[in-house]
Design a protein around this ligand. Structure first.
Ligand code: IMP
Length: 294
């Protein structure tokens, strides 16, 4: 088994996660509401007790306290850059501090989520897959592809909201256009890229409820620094606000991530880096670049 050196930059992130774990086992994973709900919370937990013998640089902590049990929580080692097969344009050289989630792990997690959706939503009516633009588009595409492979019927719809400027929430959520009519009387899955403070969802979900869907739930690629209500850490965090008052289904979350600004797989910094297949932690060089001049 390879010995991995932890980059001091990630020490804070690691200790944040470790502070919030019941067990501190780090496991390589390289190879590897609102209204009524139609779905049972069927367990999708996988047995990941054996570590594959490869150079995987992504680690998942199991039994993370206060994080949904069927999602994944990540902490990075420094060896990612050397061992990963991540691809990025030359234009972005030096912009990232580290790779967080390789594409193949995103894709395999999407497959698991799609299997859960297929097992819990009825197959005799189409599920409305509502993509929240722009950031969710690549994740949405992966998820829909796996649903198609499973033969699960769905409708495609889009809606755009915006709350972030640069690397922080602006505190206000802008809505663009009208919500699709397809939601009335149907089960709806709201596909998000990332939940951070929860401001976007708190603004969006009531407007979805007004469209009178049979049920609606959120499916998010990432959740940042998630704590459940009433946890002992609710009032202190290593990075400010924490996710609260949003009901998330464990089975519909891709990965729980530490409090870092991430880009790629649709996630941007002032419109830059959406094109990356993998998810990266943005570095100082990237932030200095300021994103695209809009
Ligand atoms: P919230 O409203 O604070 O929950 O943030 C959700 C929205 O903020 C997402 O839909 C993203 O557009 C954006 N966002 C939050 N964190 C990040 C990040 O780390 N990278 C890029 N965008 C982010």
């Amino acid at each position: 088994m390879k010995i991995l050196l932890i980059n001091p930059v990630f020490f804070t992130l690691s200790s944040f996660l470790l502070k919030n774990t019941n067990t501190h086992t780090l496991i390589p994973m390289g190879n590897n509401n609102q209204k009524s709900s139609c779905c049972s919370n069927q367990s999708m937990e996988k047995s990941e007790s054996t570590a594959p013998e490869d150079d995987s640089s992504i680690y998942v902590t199991r039994n993370v306290k206060n994080t949904p049990s069927n999602s994944r929580s990540l902490v990075m080692s420094d060896s990612a850059k050397q061992t990963s097969s991540a691809i990025y344009p030359d234009l972005y050289e030096g912009h990232f501090s580290s790779l967080l989630i390789p594409y193949k792990d995103l894709d395999s997690r999407c497959k698991e989520i799609a299997e859960h959706i297929h097992a819990t939503y009825p197959s005799d009516e189409p599920l409305v897959m509502l993509c929240i633009l722009k950031g969710s588009a690549p994740f949405y595409n992966l998820l829909c592809n796996h649903l198609s492979i499973l033969g699960h019927p769905f409708m495609i719809d889009f809606y755009r909201v915006k709350s972030y400027e640069g690397t922080g929430s602006s505190g206000t959520v802008k809505h663009f256009g009208d919500l699709p009519k397809s939601m009335k009387g149907r089960h709806v899955l709201v596909i998000e890229d990332i939940v951070d403070t929860g401001t976007t969802l708190k603004s969006l979900l009531p407007t979805i409820a007004e469209k009178d869907p049979k049920s609606y739930k959120v499916c998010s690629m990432l959740v940042k620094r998630f704590h459940s209500e009433g946890s002992e850490d609710d009032d202190e965090d290593d990075g400010g606000e924490i996710t609260k008052q949003i009901e998330l289904d464990n089975n519909l979350i891709g990965f729980n991530i530490p409090n870092a600004f991430v880009v790629g797989c649709g996630l941007d910094y002032n419109e830059m880096y959406r094109d990356l297949r993998d998810i990266w932690i943005l570095g100082e060089e990237g932030i200095k670049g300021g994103g695209y001049d809009l």
